[in-house]
Design a protein around this ligand. Structure first.
Ligand code: G
Ligand code: G
Ligand code: MN
Ligand code: NA
Length: 250
């Protein structure tokens, strides 16, 4: 209730911020993209996690406003970075159920004169479950405009291989719940290896999420994922710090 009230009355333009988490390419040995992660600093609620406010924003009809503000901020940051750095942006179920809204995001990309190839949209299975046909249409639209689409949290919850077949995808993000078990579980390691091999066969890039330790990295690098994202390579950071990280590796 409090969250909903603040979504209505708060100054979202000012209070919503994005952090950026590096995505590291083991083959290029450098960070080539960042995932944008929302944070909400509200004077009365304090720091609210996206886990808490995205759902409420979807229920109460504020999600498109929230997403539009965040996306504008993401584009502004991306424009400051070199052309070979890209940005992954999370879209919620409601966002992709509305074709007109998705077109408005594409219009923003054009207006800002950012190359669509530098943008990737992350969607979850829950976001596409209810209406696979609409989701497919919208994702096709994003891809035909030159943006990429990634399936987030793969392997968690109900995520199904059916989506790999039915959705127009460029990339799969293998969920942290698998990744964290890999150093201690031969079965988990084989599962992750099999998903990576499958992605390769299907011509999908894959990201290992949530790599935290050198121990995990030692085992996982051998599986040759396209990208690794996790605290080991960087926590979600300010745009300024992301810019510094980019400069430092050049
Ligand atoms: O960064 P953090 O671990 O707090 O993110 C928690 C969850 O919120 C993750 O599942 C992430 O995908 C989601 N999330 C983060 N930022 C956004 C956003 O801008 N939009 C949507 N829809 N989800 C987001
Ligand atoms: O659902 P999604 O993959 O979008 O969620 C991304 C979230 O995962 C972010 O909120 C980020 O803070 C969190 N995250 C990223 N890397 C790590 C990690 O190495 N360990 C843990 N515990 N969380 C991570
Ligand atoms: Mn994500
Ligand atoms: Na994830």
């Amino acid at each position: 209730i409090a969250i909903e009230r603040e979504l209505r009355e708060g100054n979202l333009e000012q209070e919503l911020v994005l952090l950026f988490q590096p995505q590291y390419s083991p083959s290029k040995k450098r960070v080539i993209s960042f995932e944008a992660l929302a944070r909400w600093h509200n004077p009365r609620l304090g720091l609210v996690s996206p886990n808490d406010f995205i759902r409420v924003a979807e229920r109460s009809g504020f999600i498109q406003k929230v997403t539009a503000i965040l996306f504008r901020k993401g584009l502004a940051e991306l424009k400051k970075w070199p052309d070979d750095i890209s940005l992954s942006f999370n879209l919620s179920a409601r966002d992709i159920s509305d074709q007109a809204f998705v077109l408005s995001l594409l219009a923003q990309i054009m207006k800002e004169e950012v190359s669509p190839s530098r943008l990737e949209f992350e969607i979850t299975e829950t976001a596409v479950m209810s209406d696979l046909a609409t989701a497919s249409t919208v994702l096709d639209r994003l891809r035909s405009s030159g943006c990429r689409v990634a399936l987030d949290d793969f392997g968690s919850g109900y995520s199904s291989f059916e989506y790999l077949d039915q959705l127009p995808l460029d990339k799969v993000k293998i969920d942290r719940s698998f990744v964290r078990k890999v150093p201690h579980s031969i079965i988990s390691r084989e599962i992750v290896a099999a998903i990576i091999a499958l992605c390769s066969k299907l011509n999908l890039r894959c990201v290992l999420e949530g790599v935290e330790t050198q121990e995990e990295m030692a085992v996982l690098a051998g599986l040759e994922p396209d990208l690794i994202q996790g605290f080991l390579f960087g926590r979600p950071m300010s745009g300024e710090d992301a810019g510094q990280l980019i400069r430092d590796q050049q």
